[in-house]
Design a protein around this ligand. Sequence first.
Ligand SMILES: C[S@@+](CC[C@H](N)C(=O)[O-])C[C@H]1O[C@@H](n2cnc3c(N)ncnc32)[C@H](O)[C@@H]1O
Length: 471
Amino acid sequence: MPHSFKRPPGGPMPVGRKLHFTVDDLPMLRRYSKMLCDFLGEFQWLIDAFVLDFFLKNHWELVPETWTTVLEHISIPQIADFLNGRPRFRKVSPLSFLCFLKLCKTLPLSRQSIFVAEPVEMDNYAFEDTKYPLTSAFKRHMKGKKRHEIGRLAKMATGLFENARVRHVLDVGGGQGHLSRLLCFGYGMQVATLDAEGILVEKAQVFDNKVTRDFGRLKYREKVVKDVFRPPVHLERLIGVSTAAEDVEYVTKHAWEDTDINFGLIGLHTCGDLGPTMFRLFAESSQVKALVSVGCCYHKMHHLYPLSAALSSQTLSYEAKEVACHSIEIYVTKLLEESLFKGQIHSFRAALEVLIDRHHPELKHTSLSTVKFVEGMTFEDYAPRALKRVQHNIPVELFSSQEIRDYLSQWMRVATFFALRLCIAPTIESILHMDRVMYLLEAGHEVDYIPLFEPTVSPRCHVIAATKRKI
Ligand SMILES: C[S@@+](CC[C@H](N)C(=O)[O-])C[C@H]1O[C@@H](n2cnc3c(N)ncnc32)[C@H](O)[C@@H]1O
């Protein structure tokens, strides 16, 4: 099902700005990062409180009493308003709370995309502006979100690679190869991918073959297919935190049969440590001349934060990295456009965690089956579905117990607490990005920081890009 993008009501949408940093900006970025860290330090109690543990650890007690006098009486639309940075409360709010909301909006790096979002682009990116026209086989097997991401990213990255004078690109964590196919067939790049999952590598190959066949059928393209396009080469390989430059340079031989080739690195939603590893490989390999990176799943990062010398004394908890992966924009849309009852979902999960802790402490914080939350859903409906994949002996009668009913009656508190944590998430993501930007600056490179994707469609929306000047 393609998602359906709706333009927010009101006048024309503002557009964001690309930031360009040079080594001279390092002192300013250090000061900015310190400010972010100081702010986060003030709210450690909120950042480190996993919503799963809301009832187990009585999180509501952590919220300052002056704040709860306001928060006890708010509605879901008011939560959406404060998440949107436009708080509207019926009572006079404590200054500390208003300051918190204001700083959550003003401190992080902007998420406003440099492009205006048009519904037609969001829902069904047509790839009409590529260098070479694409056939219909190319457009299959992709949802609207993926089309949006690769459409914007490939175009931006091609310009950067051309500036760095590279025609060869290594797509790190290339998955099913959608981006690599676009770079190759739409922009004429020579592309290789690396991915740890053999099954995805095989799929990428199958999709490539379909596109190549499609081109082949078009007689007038035959020459172009043969002469210009060499389909991507997909290689199965795990990139670890200790992977050395030579280990990625080997693709020049295996994919392009020329060990002297210079190339660019690109990674779209490189999870966990794979993202920062790309930065290190860019800095360490003399053959890698350009870097285009969009990170994701920061909570899967176990080794490579901090990367920069500037933040070497900083740490971020698992909970902090996890909340940085959430999306304010999508949560607000869910609450307001889909239905207000969606606010209850976190209370169900937190109530179930109490039973898990009591009967199966070994399963604490386990990832359970995703349950599609529908209006009128009871805990008795929810719990067995959520627990479907785990062996458990929690007595079913507990699902309808008074204790669980008491927890669920507090669902607005849980939703409010979750929203407070979401408010601070962009600040955490900013510090993670600053770390990567400063690492590149410390190594002497110039860096572009670009809010490229529409955050309501693709919440990990920033690109960090760099080229090596002396080529
Ligand atoms: C979120 S997916 C993104 C896939 C693709 N770039 C896209 O946007 O469609 C992350 C990909 O990175 C791969 N991956 C994760 N960690 C990896 C590692 N350490 N080495 C190689 N591939 C890895 C996964 O198998 C997965 O295909």
